[in-house]
Design a protein around this ligand. Structure first.
Ligand SMILES: [Zn+2]
Length: 566
């Protein structure tokens, strides 16, 4: 049925405005649609989405790699503010045609379920509220991004205080910790007032769509078909019972190693295993070459996929002037290849980031065998399973000659990774439990009640650290968590995925080849299977209960003990 033929390369859309693209959607929206031609129609629509998506992604990559170039910025903004929002609107319009046809088939069920849910909760009157929430998020970014502190006569941003939190000198750490929190506390009332507005807007969004509270709306809109707020509450309990005591044991070890009488919040960043920071590489060529070796050891196919990214210019890794901060993995939907962006400077975190993002990129490679664009993307729970599992699967190979480190260095990198896993889980539980409280307690609109609730939740999950006299600073922590402001309820996914990744790792300890094969099979499902089925394919299951979580925590602790014993 393809009448007006689509371009055969995203380059054709590189300079496009919305008026160049709109006719393609119009045609798909008005062409006769029947059960006989629906597959062909889906194929055309999917190809159109691939072309626009890749053209916009290339514009974003070009801009983030060179933010000083005004032309690149303009092109990126054309896509992000003009083309993508309108393409999204048209996509909703087309998805309704598919739903009206009441068509589905194996491989398409999850796509149809997502379309149906989006249509069910869509309300015209919410469009303006979403725009308002975008605006409020931008205000949060602006306040937080603009926070500055004076450090030894120099003006610094909050992230620039990070190295001082690791200083061997306890007084330096304390000063840096207090200074960072003070910066937030100075703006506390402003941030609280901003959150009040977000709370009101979100509560309206949920009410308009017929939900009693925003939590129920959020679960629907995030397509959480396979777990509920009750499961998340079980997850919090399981963390409290199994992870929190394990973290307390780690803190006791830390207290002894540092020779302290009590662990204060500024004592958490110091590295215990060595005095000097790791320096895994000096130049990006070595960075990439070693990564090739590591992934080849994990699996030959994954190794060649990564090598292909390197040879085709799909890695932009080194920090340089003009690059946007941070890192990401994105995909070129048309050609079916991923792209990794980061700002490497030669520290251990660069290795962790690359391995994590490479896990996402292996997912993109594997899922691209699904023919339609909507069949390739699962939710964050599965996406992070791919990346977090890779962190663990790659960990045995960080050593030379394949990897970056001497035996001793590799040992300390692994210890830090496993410690981080344990320490992250109580934080994930806090953030999730807090948001659940905000949107369901009936008191979420009250700024003082929110701060009190955070302290209560925090003392449940964060034990073994002495916060005496630091209640205000402890409260500041939630104002620093951008997800609570900008991406409500997006956090438990990391906890679910970490539990899955630990199961994949446990399998790999018994049978590496089989574990990796199952991992790749799960990734290849893309978004065509339910979340439990994706996890099952990876040899894992969704863990919300204390028994299963306890076993995994024990495994981590056992490895920590062994690694520390040398
Ligand atoms: Zn990730």
């Amino acid at each position: 049925m393809q009448t007006t033929s689509l371009p055969n390369t995203p380059a054709a859309f590189a300079d496009a405005g919305w008026s160049d693209i709109a006719p393609y959607y119009e045609e798909l929206a008005t062409a006769p649609l029947t059960r006989e031609n629906v597959e062909e129609w889906l194929k055309s629509w999917s190809q159109l989405e691939e072309l626009i998506d890749e053209a916009g992604t290339l514009a974003m990559i070009a801009y983030t790699g060179d933010t000083a170039d005004a032309e690149k910025e303009k092109a990126h903004l054309r896509f992000s503010t003009e083309i993508f929002p309108q393409a999204h609107e048209q996509g909703v319009r087309l998805s309704k045609r598919l739903l009206d046809l009441d068509y589905s088939r194996p491989g398409l069920e999850t796509t149809v379920a997502r379309f149906r849910t989006d249509a069910e909760i869509f309300r015209e009157e919410n469009v303006a509220l979403f725009a308002e929430l975008e605006e409020l998020s931008a205000q949060y970014q602006k306040i937080v991004g603009g926070l500055l502190v004076e450090w030894e006569g120099e003006t610094k941003t909050i992230p620039q205080l990070q190295p001082y939190l690791k200083d061997r000198d306890r007084q330096v750490r304390e000063r840096a910790w207090r200074l960072g929190n003070e910066a937030y506390l100075a703006r506390r009332d402003e941030l609280a007032a901003l959150f009040d507005k977000m709370f009101v807007a979100r509560t309206k969004v949920a009410g308009n769509a017929g939900f009693p509270n925003y939590q129920e709306y959020a679960f629907k809109s995030k397509h959480r078909f396979d777990y509920t707020p009750v499961d998340c509450a079980r997850f919090h309990d399981a963390v409290e019972r199994t992870v929190v005591p394990a973290v307390e044991r780690q803190l006791a070890y830390r207290r002894e190693r540092l020779g302290l009488d009590r662990v204060r919040p500024w004592d958490l960043g110091v590295e215990l295993e060595r005095v000097d920071s790791l320096k895994p590489f000096d130049d990006v060529t070595t960075f990439v070459d070693r990564a090739k070796g590591i992934f080849r050891r994990v699996d030959p196919t994954l190794g060649s996929e990564f090598a292909l990214m390197a040879s085709e210019g799909l890695l932009d890794l080194e920090s340089r002037k003009g690059k946007a901060p941070g890192g990401y993995c994105t995909k070129l939907s048309f050609r079916g290849k991923p792209f990794i962006f980061m700002n490497a400077v030669g520290v251990a975190d660069d290795v962790n980031t690359l391995v994590h993002e490479a896990g996402h990129s292996f997912h993109d490679f594997a899922a691209h065998r699904q023919p339609l664009i909507w069949q390739r993307s699962p939710g964050h729970e599965a996406a992070e399973l791919a990346s977090m599992s890779m962190e663990l699967l790659a960990s045995p190979y960080l050593r030379k000659p394949d990897g970056y480190y001497t035996d001793d260095e590799a040992r300390s990198a692994r210890i830090e990774h496993l410690e981080d896993i344990l320490f992250s889980l109580p934080h994930i539980a806090s953030v999730d439990a807090f948001q659940s409280w905000i949107y369901t307690s009936g008191e979420g609109h009250d700024a003082a009640a929110r701060d009190r609730a955070w302290l209560e939740i925090r003392s449940r999950f964060e034990r073994g650290i002495d916060f005496m006299g630091l209640e205000r600073e402890r409260v500041a922590r939630w104002y620093r968590q951008l997800h609570i402001f900008e991406y409500p309820f997006y956090y438990i996914e990391y906890g679910i995925a970490q539990m899955g990744a630990l199961q994949v790792w446990r399998h790999s300890l018994a049978d590496q080849a089989r574990a990796v094969r199952q991992y790749r099979e799960a990734l290849a499902l893309g978004g065509t299977a339910s979340l439990p089925d994706i996890y099952r394919a990876a040899g894992a299951r969704l863990v919300f209960d204390a028994d299963a979580m306890g076993e995994l925590v024990q495994l981590v602790e056992q490895h920590l003990t062994e690694l520390r014993a040398g």
